[in-house]
Design a protein around this ligand. Structure first.
Ligand SMILES: NC(=O)c1ccc[n+]([C@@H]2O[C@H](COP(=O)([O-])OP(=O)(O)OC[C@H]3O[C@@H](n4cnc5c(N)ncnc54)[C@H](OP(=O)(O)O)[C@@H]3O)[C@@H](O)[C@H]2O)c1
Length: 300
């Protein structure tokens, strides 16, 4: 298949591209700079110069491809609308990358939620995540417009990515802050829990969904969970630093921004990925974020 991929130079998109090229697919990847284009080409990805705001380009590429994968942004509605309009009536697959902060709460590290969402649990998002959830629903509704549309809702992804960006957006951020300051910190008390998945298992699920996910399918992508207190304790052991300390949320917001501090690192986001296992036979191989941090997370 020829696949048009947005986010080809990113952590998720890069891993998906490498995985799909192994299956013999041809990847055309959106690249927003000449440097990125050259680096994509060296990986075997055909660069498509442009960015998500060029909706005419997105439509052209979507029409010319056999499938489209959006891994650049979970939050760009205009780009998604352009891609869906171009694919309407074609029956082609459209895989969209979302994230489980749509089920996140406002714990700011201070409590562990006992609520675990599966694909049948209704979601009532915090105000900052309502727009992302609305995009997910728009994509699922496109099944009624002749698109084999699928949403992959990723939990915390860990592991070293094989594409141009090896780093994910949660654990590497905490590890980088720890290396810089010599202090490992979690938001508030670190009691909040996130589901997680290894980047290679995530990429396998994209490959399976591309092959055979039915139109309108929504999958939580998860294979385990940990609290941020547990994750930061593992970071401290891996980096040889002292016990994790609370990071007052206002200080974390000032250092990392609201979205990262409150949604990505401070919330609870617990999901059960039942549907991918039952429907696609997804069998993830990596089961422990903590072991990965302790044994494999880059220390430098
Ligand atoms: N990593 C996770 O654990 C995780 C989990 C769930 C959901 N998500 C969501 O999944 C999406 C991708 O995450 P990621 O971790 O792969 O991020 P990333 O490593 O920062 O990659 C983002 C990719 O999208 C490209 N991009 C961003 N804005 C663009 C635009 N306006 N036009 C064209 N290309 C654009 C970037 O290009 P450049 O190389 O030019 O910057 C890069 O290739 C994000 O929305 C993120 O919130 C991530």
């Amino acid at each position: 298949m020829t696949i048009f991929l947005t986010g080809a130079s990113g952590y998720i998109g890069g891993a998906v591209a490498v995985r799909l090229m192994r299956d013999g697919h041809r990847i055309r990847g959106l690249a927003r700079s000449p440097e990125t284009a050259a680096r994509l080409r060296a990986l075997g990805i055909e660069p498509v110069p442009g960015d998500l705001s060029d909706t005419a380009l997105l439509a052209r590429e979507a029409k010319a491809a056999d499938a489209v994968i959006n891994a650049a942004s979970a939050d760009d509605r205009a780009a998604v609308e352009a891609l869906l309009d171009a694919l309407a009536g074609s029956g082609k697959p459209f895989l969209h990358t979302s994230g489980t902060s749509v089920v996140g709460d406002d714990a700011r590290g201070d409590w562990a939620s006992d609520k675990i969402y599966d694909e049948d649990t209704p979601v009532d998002p915090v105000p900052g995540k309502a727009a992302r959830l609305a995009i997910d629903r728009l994509i699922l509704d496109a099944a009624g417009r002749g698109v084999r549309s699928v949403v992959l809702c990723n939990s915390l992804i860990y592991g070293t990515g094989p594409g141009l960006n090896p780093d994910s957006v949660q654990i590497p951020v905490l590890a980088a802050a720890a290396r810089k300051t010599g202090l490992v910190r979690h938001i508030g008390r670190g009691l909040n829990i996130w589901s997680n998945v290894h980047v290679d298992d995530m990429a396998d699920l994209y490959a399976l969904a591309l092959q055979r996910a039915p139109a309108g399918a929504f999958y939580y992508v998860e294979n385990g969970e940990a609290s941020f207190a547990e994750a930061t304790a593992a970071i401290a052991r891996r980096l040889g630093l002292g016990a994790p300390q609370p990071w007052p949320v206002d200080d974390a917001i000032a250092a990392l921004g609201f979205g990262t501090a409150v949604y990505s690192l401070g919330s609870n986001s617990r999901v059960g990925g039942k549907r991918a296992r039952a429907e696609l036979g997804w069998a993830p191989k990596h089961a422990s974020l903590i072991e990965w941090i302790e044994r494999e997370m880059p220390v430098g």
